[in-house]
Ligand binder design. Sequence first.
Ligand SMILES: [Zn+2]
Length: 818
Amino acid sequence: MPSLSPAEAQSRAAAVTVRSYDIELDLTAGDETFLSTSRIAFGATTGSTFVDVKPHTLTEVTLNGRAVDVTGLEDGRLPLDGLAADNELVVTATMSYTHDGEGLHRSVDAADGKAYTYAMSFLDAAPRIFACFDQPDLKAPYKLVVSAPRDWIVLGNGAATQTGPGRWELIETKPLSTYFSTLVAGPYHLIRGEHDGIPLGLACRQSLAEHLDREAEDLFTVTGQSFDEFHRLFGYRYPFGEYHQVFVPEFNAGAMENPGCVTFRDELVFRSAVTDHERGNRARTVVHEMAHQWFGDIVTMSWWNDLWLNESFAEYMAYRVAFDATRYTDNWLEFAFVRKWWGMQADQRASTHPVASDPDKDALASLADFDGISYAKGAAVLKQLVSYLGDDVFLAGVRAHITGNEYGNATLADLASKWTAAGATDLDRWAEGWLRTPGLDTISAERTATGVRLTRTAPAEHPARRPHRFTVGAYHESGLGSTVEVLLDADTVDVELDPAAALIVPDAGDDTWAKVRLDEQSLANLGTVLPRLTDPVTRAVVWNSLRDAAENAELDPRLVFDALCAALAHEDTDVAVQQLLGWARRTLLGGFLPVEPYTAQLAAVLEERLPQLAAGSSVQLAAARGLIAVTADTDLLTGWLAGDDVPDGITVDADLRWLITLRLARLGAIGDAEIDAELARDKSSEGSVHATRCRAALPTAEAKERAWALITTDADVSNYELYAACEGFWHPSQSEVTAPYVDRYFAEIAGTEKLRSGWVLSRSVLLAFPTGFVDDAVVAKATAIAADESVSAIVRRSISDGADDLKRAVAVRQAFSI
Ligand SMILES: [Zn+2]
C-alpha cells in the first residue's frame, strides 16, 4: 500500500480545509468487525481530492448528497470529484478489529474472557477506524458517538457521557490531528481523581484492577506534580478537559500521547515486584506523554520529518520535569546509562541519520527514524541547546511557539525563529552540526606538563564542527576530585586540571553527545578509582566509554568483562546493575566472547554478591533476576520455585516465576508439561505470553519448529505472542539446534511482510535476527538482503541493524583473536 508523500500532503493541505468530523462507531456487531460512519465537513479550492479509508467493506459514500462509486477505492484511497467550496462527505464502512496494536485493537483477556478495545491511530492507522484526511496538518474538531456492549465504558479525546444503555457521546474536541484521535472501549476498571480543576482518570483491564488500585496514588501524584511544573514552565494551561491515562493490552509503544486520553502498555501497571528504576521509568513515561499535550498536540509538526522534534522535546522534558518535580531522582543516571547508550548505538550504525530527518520521506519511511536518534540523541542535543542558549531564552522561545501556533502546525524553522526572537544567535551554525549532520564526535583527554588537553574528532564520514559544553573531572585514588566547565569549540582545548590525577573523565556530568575516550593512565587506574567515584552519573559515563571502546574493537572485551564483574561487587544502583547485566547477556556472552566459561563466571559473581545486598532493595531484585538469567544451577532455580532457600527480601511472584521457568526451559531442565503447569497457576494474558516465550526457548527440534512456524506463517497471532516467540527462539547456548534456522531466516523472513506491517513487522524481523551466529558468512547474507531493493524497506532496515551488531562482534573477535 503506497504511503502518503510529502508532496501529496502539501497539495491536499493547500486545497482542503477540514471543518469537523462527526464519527459514529458501532462496536456491537460481533468480534471481528465494527461499523464506522464518518461525516466530514470540509472546504475545498480544488475540484478533486481523495479521502483515506482502509475498510473491511466500504458500504456507502455520499458527497454533498450524491453517491460516490465505492469501487473507486484503491490502496486505501477513495477519489472524490466535483468538489464544491463547502462539502459534506459521509462514509459508511465495516472495519476490521486488529490484533497488531494499530487501528482499533481488540484483545480478549485470558484471565476472564473479557474483551477490550482501544484505538491507536498513529502513524497512518486512523483510516483503519474511520474515513479521514489522514495527515498531521489537517486538523479539525471531533465529535464521536459510540454504541458498545452495555457493561462497557467509553473514553476518548473528549469527555464521554452515557446517554442511553450502551450509547455514549463524547463532547466536541479542540482541533486535533488524525494520528492522535483515540477511543478506549471495554469493561475497563476506571479510577477517577482530580488535580487543580482537571478531572483525572486511570483505567486498566478488570484482571489488573487490584494492582492499579495499589499504584493509583503514585500515578496521580506524579501526574499532579507534572501538571504544576508544565503550567509553570509553559505559562499555558492544559486545554483538553479531562485527562485519562489508560493502561491497555498488547500496546506496541511505551505509550501514546492522545490528547485527553493517553494510552500506555499495561505492563506498567506492575502486577509483580519491580525496581525503583522501573518505577522511575513509568513516571518518566507519564511525564513524557504529558509534555506532548503541549508539544505535539496543541502545536503539531507539519510533516513527519519533524517527528524527532516531538519526541526529543518530550524526552528531554520527561527527564527534566521528573527530576525537578517528582520524587524520582535517578532520572539523569538512567538517561546516561540506558537512553544514551541506545542512541549512541543507533548513531554508529549504517542506518544512522541526522536528528532532523529528510523532509522528502513519506509517512511510513519516517517510522524507521523513530529510534534512539529521535529520542535520546535529540534529547541530549536539546540539553546542549539549553546550556548554549540559557534556560530563559530556551523557555521564552518554547512559550511563544506554543501560544503562537495553538491548535495548528509548525516546523523546526518556526521554532528556531521564536528562539531567535527570544535572543538566540548563530542558531543556524549550531543546527547544522547538531541537527543536520549524523554521527558523533570522539572526545579524548591527554595529559600535558601543566594540565589536560581535550581533543574533539568528528567521524570522517560525517565531518562537522560541533560546540560541546560540559565538565571534565580529575579524580585521585580516593575517588575525590574536582571538575571544571569547558566549552570545546575547536579541535583541541587546554584545561587547567591536575595532570597527575589518577583518573580524568571528559564530560563527567554527561552533558554532551559524544564518544568519550579515557587515556592509558586513567584506564590503568580504573580498578581502584571507579568503585570510589561517588557520582553514579560519572560512573555511567565511564561505563559508556568502556562499552563503546569494546564495541569498536579498541578494548579487549575480556578486560571489559573483568571490569564488569568487579563493578558488580560494589555497584549500588539498580540502574547500573540492570543495564550492565543486560549488556553483558546481549553483547558479551555468545557475542564478543564465547558463552562459556564467561556465563558461569558471571553467575558465580552474582551468587556471591546476592547475599550481601539489602533485603527487599531494588539492587537485590536486579541482581536476583540477573542470576536467574545466567545460572546453570537447576537445583537453585527449582528450589526458588518451590520456595526453598529464597533470599530474604525476594518474593517469587508471578513474573519472577516466569523468569525462572524461562531459564529452566532454556537449559532443557523442563518441558511442555512444566510450562503448562505454570500456565495453570497464572491463567492471565501475561502468563500466556510468558508461556509462549518459554516454549520457544526449549532446546528441542520440535519446539524450535513450532516457534518458527508461528514466527513465519501465523498471520493471526497477536503482537505480544509473536515478540515472545522471537525472544525465546535464539540463544547462543543452543546453536546446535538452531543452526538450520539461520539460512531459513534469510530465506523466509522477507515473506513475513505478507503477514504483518508497520511496527510489528519491524520489531519481529529484528527480534528474530540470528544474533548469536558470529560469522562472516552470516553477515554477508544479512548485508545482501539489506541491500536488496525488492525486499520491503521495513524488513531491510531491521536486518541492516541486526547485521551491524553481528559485524561488530565478528570484528571484535578477530581483533583480539577470540
Ligand atoms: Zn513521545
